[in-house]
Design a binder for this molecule. Sequence first.
Ligand SMILES: [Zn+2]
Length: 230
Amino acid sequence: MNVRSVHLLPRPAWVELISSGSHTIAVPTYRDLLKRAKKALPSTATTKDRFQVPEVDVLQEGSTTVLRNLAEIGDAINRDPQQVFAYLLRELGTAGTLDERRALFKGRIAPENISDRIRSYVEEYVVCSECGRPDTHLIKEDRIAILQCDACGAHRPLKVIKRAAKAEGEAVQEGKVYEVMIQDIGKKGDGIARREKYVIYVPGTTKGSIVKVQIEKVVGTIAFGKVVRE
Ligand SMILES: [Zn+2]
């Protein structure tokens, strides 16, 4: 390559020439640097869109509710299925067992109840509240569980106990409407639904139906409601 041909090469658009005395150097333009820096940054919006928790695959087997894809959900959110299962048991207020890749819950539980709880699990234990990405892991520091974000470095403590107590208090409230499954019929003919530790009596319903119920009265852990139609 001879010197002359180098000088005749067209100057790329992203280069600007800076002269100082007899020297001329080619440097990338500010605009180009900015463009390259932006390219190097992770694209938060698209990663967030791609993060999808599989829909719950729920089956009723007699008086048992089977979540058939618990392990798949655990894989997708990068959490131990056992941990997710323990959370579900506590939030749903029921007993159950883990069977290979499936979770078995005692009683008939509406699929929406399970997917609601998984959604809150993901919000609390998976997604970074700073950048919204799921690339996080849990660490323990001085006996406090902390959610550490691998994407942006943010971390926040998990208020497990406080949150669980709050969720329990909110499970059934007077005046509110909940979608429930009628799991049984009581002695007086009223439908019986359960929501966490609460038993809800709903007149005029049939076993197995999923209804929207407005809570009229709560006494201890027993609630009375009526069906609402929208
Ligand atoms: Zn983050």
